[in-house]
Design a protein around this ligand. Structure first.
Ligand SMILES: NC(=O)C1=CN([C@@H]2O[C@H](COP(=O)(O)OP(=O)(O)OC[C@H]3O[C@@H](n4cnc5c(N)ncnc54)[C@H](OP(=O)(O)O)[C@@H]3O)[C@@H](O)[C@H]2O)C=CC1
Ligand SMILES: CC(=O)N[C@@H](CCC(=O)OP(=O)(O)O)C(=O)O
Length: 325
């Protein structure tokens, strides 16, 4: 079975990673690419290393009215830029939105693929989680589902590579001279990922996430997210590790590790690494989650979600090992 796939936002970091994964997917055929400023270029002009069979595909100006017949569309547009246009995509075309416009929006399933695949299979509109929630929620889910930590008392300290900001980049914080040898906190108290993390914590635990604190930091690396999460709970380290091993038993993409995970373990892959350290006497549980922001944090999880909604093996096109070193 060949699935006809389109990618809008293909010139960007998320869209480019989706293209890389789609190009080597056993059931997907890339037949449509779209964007704004890049419209009119061939894929090979943007990505000199693209497989030869895709080299001459021309990036079209994004307009849902001129879509060819597609089975599946990946949207990787700036948050705020996709809702209106995606509403005009025919119902028969499945969509995975990598941007933030549809997370916990009516009619869209929140695509936390490793945690609730059953809620995703059979849907046709998927909102991919943000890159920080991908790391944070994967680490927290086993603890919350087993009542091992208090949902209302969670403090998240997270680090991200610069590609998390996209090619568009925004201001000069993301240039080499300002990001190299520098460490920058941002988004304090009101980062855009807070609502989806709070809602998911409530869904997994049944309790309120009112006390949630989240501070991300830019670090001078290209890819990777590490979330270190401080929680209140009386569990031991072994309880937490056991809960995670049981929760993710048989799941392909989550690795539960005894030692603290490192960002490079996930680079270029759809893997998530989780680990825990806990001291019951101090009422303290530390959870750690690592993903590649462009892998599990964006295009990897998007392809995993696409596999789920297309009835394909969840691992199709996603089984290559991370890049090391
Ligand atoms: N980078 C990351 O790690 C992650 C990103 N995301 C989300 O994914 C989305 C894309 O991010 P990212 O790839 O990093 O961003 P980039 O800035 O790298 O890419 C943005 C893409 O959107 C296209 N675009 C912008 N405006 C329009 C428009 N009006 N019509 C059509 N295409 C448009 C650009 O195309 P063109 O060049 O042709 O103008 C470009 O391909 C965002 O919502 C982001 O928040 C989610 C998780 C992780
Ligand atoms: C470094 C950096 O700026 N990272 C982005 C997160 C990327 C992401 O997950 O974006 P969406 O939720 O918009 O899809 C940020 O903190 O907003």
């Amino acid at each position: 079975m060949t699935i006809r796939v389109g990618i809008v936002g293909i010139s960007g970091f998320g869209g480019g990673e989706a293209m890389r994964l789609v190009a080597s997917h056993p059931s997907f055929e890339l037949v449509y690419a779209a964007g704004e400023g890049s419209a009119g270029s061939r894929l090979a002009d943007r990505f000199p290393g693209v497989p030869a069979r895709l080299a001459d595909l021309v990036i079209e100006k994004w307009d849902p009215a001129t879509l060819p017949k597609l089975d599946l569309l990946f949207a990787s547009l700036p948050t705020g830029a996709s809702a209106e246009a995606l509403a005009r995509v025919p119902a028969g075309t499945k969509i995975v939105d990598i941007g933030g416009d549809h997370r916990y929006v009516e009619g869209w399933a929140y695509g936390l693929a490793d945690v609730w695949p059953d809620r995703i299979a059979g849907q046709s509109r998927i909102a991919n989680p943000g890159c920080f929630p991908a790391a944070v929620l994967t680490a927290l889910a086993p603890l919350l589902a087993n009542g091992l930590v208090e949902p209302g008392n969670i403090v998240i300290d997270a680090k991200t590579g610069i590609s998390g900001a996209g090619r568009g980049g925004g201001d000069s914080r993301f240039g080499y001279a300002e990001s190299n040898e520098n460490l920058v906190p941002y988004g304090l108290l009101r980062h855009v990922h807070m609502p989806e993390m709070a809602t998911t914590i409530q869904r997994l635990s049944g309790g309120s996430a009112d006390g949630l604190v989240f501070t991300p930091h830019l670090v001078p690396m290209t890819r990777g997210v590490l979330a270190t999460i401080y929680c209140r709970g009386r569990a031991t380290t072994e309880h937490c590790l056991d809960a995670a091993r049981r929760f993710y038993a048989g799941r392909a993409f989550v690795r539960v590790t005894d030692r603290p995970p490192q960002t490079r373990w996930a680079t270029g892959s759809n893997l998530a690494f989780v680990s825990y350290a806990a001291d019951p006497e101090r009422n303290l549980v530390i959870a750690m989650g690592v993903v590649d922001n462009l892998g599990k944090g964006a295009a990897g999880q998007a392809v995993q979600n696409a596999n789920l909604i297309c009835g394909l093996p969840e691992t199709a096109g996603l089984d290559s090992a991370p890049v090391w070193p």
